[in-house]
Write a protein that binds this ligand. Structure first.
Ligand code: HPA
Ligand code: ZN
Length: 338
């Protein structure tokens, strides 16, 4: 099963590039930028990654990304992620970045997007990984700041597929961003939002009804509301589920308690993703293996999850069909063994 999970062609739809900054690269970039970190060693950094809620993680995440100053830093970050997931047979990625986490420190938007975009283009050419780029608004900041960020992004509109909403969920409902989402959608951008990770089912409703999202990030707590589950199924709305993240941030108590199987049984298009793999202890295959083992998922469920990654993606229908055919060819090749 492990080899099967490693080998099956995959799409990743919920990945914060800044959350893929591994301690080794964090140190290397800090050193070349003449910055001092509050950690003595890579081990020391890994030791600090103990969280009891989302905010504990976010504090460390914003501190980590503050070493990123130059175009090359953003390139190296993105390239390291792509090289890593190529080994997991990830063939398509839809990645997030947090421009305000950089522009608020004085790093120009152009520097951030140029570095990321150059690596994504190179990943497409050299690793065969197709991509979409999604810019997230930090929800703990103001609506005005989100509007400014959208404005700053407009010269780069053709490099962006969509917008998202992340950071501290509790106390920052989607409703606050209704207008800026409407403006972004009017510019033809897709919309996604983190909702129902720590926040209540009502935040998922708001993401659907007010932000008019095309996909929900996390969505775990939607399972508390049967009418919401029906709505997600009827809309064919994909959820980007992140098992190791959920465990690390104590959204679930144990992996055995993960709602993934209930999501699939209800008919929701649940997908598996790594969120912030440098902080949560695993990339795509590790997330699939963790949830497959804990929930005792069979091969058909794993195939469904791989399919869902593409069904829930922003690829064209032709591209989706080609990816699904690649999965099916892999399954036939792998035969009937475990
Ligand atoms: N939730 C909210 N904001 C985030 C996350 C997350 O899981 N990862 C990075 N920013
Ligand atoms: Zn996330």
């Amino acid at each position: 099963m492990r080899a099967f999970i490693d080998g099956i062609p995959k799409a990743e739809l919920h990945l914060h590039l800044e959350g893929s900054l591994e301690p080794e690269l964090l140190f290397a970039i800090a050193q070349r930028n003449n910055l001092t970190l509050p950690y003595a060693s890579v081990d020391d950094v890994r030791h600090a990654y103990q969280f009891s809620r989302l905010q504990d993680f976010l504090d460390i995440y914003y501190q980590g990304m503050s070493v990123l100053l130059y175009e090359q830093d953003f390139y190296d970050l993105t390239w390291a992620y792509l090289e890593r997931v190529a080994r997991d047979n990830v063939i398509h990625v839809e990645v997030f970045f947090d421009p305000q986490g950089h522009t608020d420190r004085g790093v120009p938007f152009k520097v951030v997007i140029d570095g990321i975009h150059r690596a994504l283009e190179e990943g497409q050419k050299k690793l065969g990984i197709s991509y979409r780029l999604i810019m997230c608004f930090l929800r703990h900041l103001s609506e005005e700041s989100a509007f400014e960020t959208l404005e700053a992004a407009m010269p780069y509109r053709d490099r962006l597929c969509g917008i998202g909403l992340d950071s501290s969920e509790l106390g920052h409902p989607p409703s606050r961003f209704e207008r800026v989402f409407a403006k972004a959608r009017a510019a033809g951008l897709k919309a996604v939002a983190h909702a129902g990770e720590e926040g209540p089912p009502d935040y998922v409703w708001q993401a659907l009804e007010l932000l008019k999202v095309d996909r929900i990030d996390h969505g775990n707590r939607a399972m508390e509301d049967p009418a919401l589950v029906n709505r997600l199924v009827q809309d064919g709305m994909a959820l980007t589920v992140c098992p190791l993240s959920n465990l690390k941030l104590k959204v679930i108590e144990t992996m055995q308690a993960h709602p993934l199987r209930r999501m699939l049984d209800a008919g929701i298009i649940a997908t598996i993703n790594s969120d912030d793999p440098a902080y949560f202890g695993g990339y795509m295959s590790a997330n699939l293996i963790a949830v497959q083992t804990a929930l005792n998922l069979n091969k058909d469920a794993v195939i469904t999850l791989a399919h869902n990654g593409f069904r829930g993606s922003f690829l064209s229908e032709t591209e989706k069909a080609a990816a699904l055919a690649r999965i099916d060819a892999f399954v036939v090749d792998a035969g009937t063994g475990d």
